[in-house]
Design a binder for this molecule. Structure first.
Ligand code: NOJ
Length: 585
């Protein structure tokens, strides 16, 4: 992730110039600041999301096998404060409670993921199917449907079975394609009569780059310059295989859709009159979202990736490119394997051209791109270090998808903002602002002609935020992780999002401002209640700590000291009595 960069005066001036020049773009006719009042197309689907490892807990319960995240998070020094997802939100035990929250929001869909090792403890179908795991997802799906909420199910949100990592090297190995296909097929077989929206992979960019290149995520491998490309290659093949399996074996009967969820930041040229910056910004997006989307829609990697990685590989004295290649048969097998595209989007970067030296030792995905990322210091960044709020970047990314991939059907599968708070804060005004502006940019994109069918707020609950542990909260609902019951409390953004949903957009300025005012008003009393509740539970915890040694001390006194003293006194009295009697005789 990019550190918060300070901008030079010259950069700021340049950005101001760029911002005004950017108005020439076709799809930026509305200037960045203007708000568009209007509604979404009828039938637009509103939702919220979660993922298994981030929320379920129950990491070793009811026959679940280990995932790479269970193992990685238990290693010291990998996660902030050495936290783990062992219990997280205890979502495994709170299906009914969480569905009530979803109902309260009046969501049309709920996005969640299935834990592969909960169904197949070793990852391999022929080894063992864990029926208890199946029952858990059956219960969740049924409960959603009873409440008229459409399940959107992700098959892989990063929790690879540990056995597959240990035995084969995980996504470095081509055998994952078949194992994943078997797992997906099992899900289609058991849940496909009720689930109609399937997402094969969530954000494969992170899996490849953070799992196999930088090692910040599980399985923590640092195979710089090759690991990410290899992992991505196998993931793309696995996605295509699963799509074909559904297409040939299940589609006619189940009539569902299979897509993939790709993440992408938008990259805006620092200087839009500079051709090199324009090309660098395009490269940034191609190396991010295009890396996966281009093979899936067009059959092969983006030309710019092939050119840059190929050229650098030659300079590094390698016989072949570090970017693997698809055979002609593979290209046609992969092309077109997407019924809808899931888009996960959070933030934007300014991009400028920067040549990186290409020595073999310094080869990496990042240096292959020959660019530098910059941020505008005026962009709000309330939470995660990398997450700056830049709503207009969202509209541009959506338009990019439209023009590059033939206007596919899009579901926004993740969008939201975190907070870094030491104390409890339910009045999340900045999140209301973020949702308001980002959702509005999505509305503008739809007016531009982008085919967006649904939106998923990320996330329903505060949860385990990967290497950041619990330090970053993305939830619409606050979770009190210090309380073992993991109670959930609505933040102000719940009220605001609910209003957007019930109006299917933004009716007019007065009403939208009213929503905001009301949401913030009601949250301050819940905030006080929660603060009091937390004080009470902190006090109770302290008392328990003080009380505990006292209790054990008392127990020792009554159970050991008192009986011993009594016995000794009786014995001593008996001896003394005998002594007295003897003397008298
Ligand atoms: C994308 C990941 O898919 C999700 O799990 C995570 O919570 C968000 N990024 C925020 O970091």
């Amino acid at each position: 992730m990019l550190p918060r960069c300070a901008f030079s005066v010259c950069h700021v001036l340049m950005l101001v110039l760029c911002l005004s020049a950017a108005e020439d773009f076709d799809w930026t006719k509305n200037d960045h600041g203007s708000f568009y009042y209007g509604t979404f197309p009828a039938g637009f689907s509103w939702g919220a999301g979660s993922s298994a490892y981030q929320t379920e807990g129950a990491w070793d319960k009811d026959g679940k096998g280990l995932s790479i995240w269970d193992v990685f998070s238990h290693k010291k020094g990998k996660i902030q404060q050495n936290e783990t997802g062992d219990s997280s939100c205890e979502g495994y035990y709170k299906v009914k409670d969480d569905v009530s929250l979803i109902k309260e929001l009046k969501l049309n869909h709920y996005r969640f993921s299935i834990s592969w090792p909960r169904l197949l403890p070793t990852g391999i179908k022929s080894d063992h199917i864990n029926e208890k795991g199946i029952q858990h997802y059956d219960q969740l799906i049924d409960h959603l449907l009873e409440n008229k909420i459409t399940p959107i199910v992700t098959l892989y949100h990063w929790d690879l079975p540990q056995v597959l990592q240990e035995k084969y090297g995980g996504w470095q190995n081509i055998s994952m394609v078949n194992h994943f296909n078997e797992f997906a097929n099992l899900c289609f077989e058991r849940f496909g009569n009720r689930v109609k929206y399937w997402i094969t992979f969530n954000n494969p960019w992170s899996v490849a780059v953070e799992g196999y290149e930088t090692g910040e995520h599980a399985p923590g491998l640092k195979l710089r310059g090759t690991g990410a490309y290899r992992a991505a290659h196998h993931i793309i093949k696995a996605h295509a295989k699963v799509w074909h399996t559904y297409d040939t074996q299940w589609r006619a009967k189940q009539k569902g859709l299979v897509g993939i969820s790709l993440s992408g930041d938008w990259g805006e040229p620092v200087d839009i009159s500079n051709q090199k910056d324009i090309e660098a910004a395009e490269r940034y997006v191609q190396f991010y979202l295009g890396w996966f989307a281009t093979p899936i829609f067009h059959g092969d990697y983006p030309q710019v990736m092939k050119d840059f990685i190929g050229k650098k590989s030659v300079q590094q004295g390698l016989g072949t490119s570090r970017l693997p290649t698809f055979s002609p048969q593979e290209k046609s097998y992969i092309k077109g394997t997407c019924d809808f595209l899931g888009v996960g989007h959070f933030t934007t970067r300014y991009i400028t051209q920067k040549n990186n030296p290409s020595s073999r030792s310094s080869s990496s995905y990042f240096s292959d791109r020959d660019l530098a990322e910059l941020v505008d210091p005026r962009w709000p960044d309330p939470g995660s270090e990398w997450l700056y709020s830049v709503p207009w970047g969202f509209r541009r990314l959506l338009n990019f998808v439209k023009t590059q991939y033939g206007n596919p059907m899009i579901y926004v599968t993740e969008n939201g903002v975190s907070e870094k708070m030491l104390c409890t804060e339910l009045c999340d005004d900045w999140r209301i602002q973020y949702y308001k502006d980002y959702i509005n940019e999505m509305l503008k994109a739809i007016k531009d002609g982008v085919n967006v069918k649904g939106y998923t707020a990320w996330s329903l609950l505060d949860k385990f935020e990967w290497d950041e542990g619990y330090s970053e909260r993305f939830g619409l609902y606050y979770v009190d992780f210090r309380n073992k019951n993991k109670p959930r409390y609505p933040k102000a953004s719940v009220q605001f999002y609910k209003r957007i949903i019930s109006s299917n957009g933004f009716p007019n300025q007065r009403e939208v401002e009213n929503w905001r005012r009301k949401a913030v008003e009601t949250c301050s009393s819940s905030n006080q209640l929660l603060a009091a509740e937390e004080q009470r539970s902190t006090a109770a915890n302290i008392l328990r700590l003080i009380h505990d040694p006292l209790t054990s001390h008392m127990e020792m006194v009554t159970e050991i000291v008192v009986p011993t003293v009594c016995t000794l006194s009786i014995l001593l009295s008996a001896i003394f009595l005998m002594f007295l009697l003897r003397r008298r005789n």
